[in-house]
Design a protein around this ligand. Structure first.
Ligand SMILES: [Fe+2]
Length: 375
């Protein structure tokens, strides 16, 4: 027995207007300072029903931490939201999921969030996710990545009860996304689709979503980078990224994420950049067991971007997008990388990304993959 889980997805131009029909009297808006400054939070407030009271929590860094959330919980408990609207990138949406959990179960600790037990989270408030980047897929996933500043690690928390109730995919909120973020988040989304497609937990639903996601992203990313205001191309990449999120959420991420999370935890490299650094090497590593599935994915790439192998096509498209292929391109010196290797290896070996990767990996394999991106 298996489940396919997804929020209700509201998509396309003007989909933000859905907020007007939300039956909320007390709404917590979770966002970040930049989006608040840019007026996006005000825009959300205006779209909510007139009689809806709002509270804003926007003190979220690029890497959300447990202590940031703890500091806000007292006032959130007093406000008693019936809805939580998360508007932002993956960090913001992940933060909102964990806030929902703490709001529903203040008696539990962060680490008590588990997929193995019913926790009654959904009864506390509805969660609406509005992604302002096209990549993390957090709006469609029941996972949240939060940094533990004491342990210097990224924690992958999960429960089907933190899956958003609604995901609103409005392309208007991503037309202003800077080029760097457009690239790193698109690379993240491609990695989700590719890893979900070869995971040992793959299924017909995750397969279909991964294939369409890769088609939409690889077929439109060049146009988005050429003309960031192209609403049709943005819409395609935005929906593709969300499909990739739904695909991995109903399958599993793999080795590139295990290595990427480790790198991100130590060097603060953006998530998409770090998983993308390892993806071509991981694809080559896994090829011995899933080459037929990689061939199928490779055939989806536009002809101009297609090489003989999926790893080759990835290197080709990454070069046109400006995605780093070696650690030095990501601003990491060889000395500091070498010094961090034992920690990187340890963190990668402990990652849940290894659980359903199609090829089992030993310490020596992780070591080899860490070497490969040295350049
Ligand atoms: Fe990711």
């Amino acid at each position: 027995m298996w489940y396919y889980r997804s929020p209700t997805i509201v998509f396309g131009e003007d989909s933000l207007s859905f907020l007007n029909s939300v039956k909320s009297r007390r709404c917590l808006i979770v966002s970040d300072r930049n989006l608040e400054k840019a007026g996006i939070v005000d825009n959300i407030k205006e779209l909510l029903p007139e009689d809806c009271r709002t509270m804003i929590f926007s003190s979220i860094d690029q890497e959300p931490t447990f202590s940031q959330m703890t500091s806000a919980m007292d006032s959130i408990m007093k406000f008693k939201p019936d809805h939580i609207v998360a508007v932002g990138g993956g960090s913001v949406i992940d933060t909102a999921k964990v806030i929902l959990f703490r709001y529903a179960r203040p008696d539990l600790d962060f680490y008590d969030l588990t997929p193995l037990e019913y926790l009654g989270i959904k009864e506390a408030a509805k969660l609406i996710a509005i992604p302002t980047t096209s990549g993390t897929g957090s709006e469609c996933s029941w996972a949240a990545v939060v940094s533990d500043e004491r342990e210097k690690r990224k924690n992958e928390l999960a429960s089907s009860e933190i899956l958003p109730d609604y995901a609103i995919l409005d392309p208007a909120v991503v037309t202003g996304l800077p080029r760097k973020q457009t690239v790193s988040t698109a690379v993240d989304a491609m990695t989700h689709a590719i890893e979900a497609y070869v995971s040992t937990w793959r299924n017909f639903y995750s397969d279909a979503l991964a294939e369409k996601a890769l088609e939409l992203i690889t077929g439109n990313i060049a146009e988005v980078l050429h003309d960031p205001g192209d609403i049709q191309a943005r819409n395609s990449v935005h929906i593709g990224a969300s499909m990739a999120g739904s695909s991995f959420s109903n399958s599993q991420i793999g080795l590139a994420h295990a290595l990427g999370h480790a790198l991100g935890a130590i060097f603060k490299v953006p998530h998409g950049t770090s998983v993308g650094l390892f993806l071509p090497a991981v694809v080559e590593f896994n090829s011995t067991v899933v080459h037929d599935r990689y061939d199928r994915l490779n055939s989806i790439f536009p002809e101009s971007m297609r090489d003989k192998t999926l790893a080759g096509s990835l290197r080709k498209i990454f070069a046109t997008m400006g995605q780093p292929v070696h650690i030095s391109d990501a601003g990491i010196s060889k000395d500091s990388y070498n010094a961090a290797k034992p920690s990187l290896e340890k963190l990668a070996m402990e990652s849940t990304g290894l659980v359903a990767n199609p090829r089992e990996s030993e310490s020596a394999d992780i070591h080899m993959l860490l070497e490969e991106v040295m350049g």
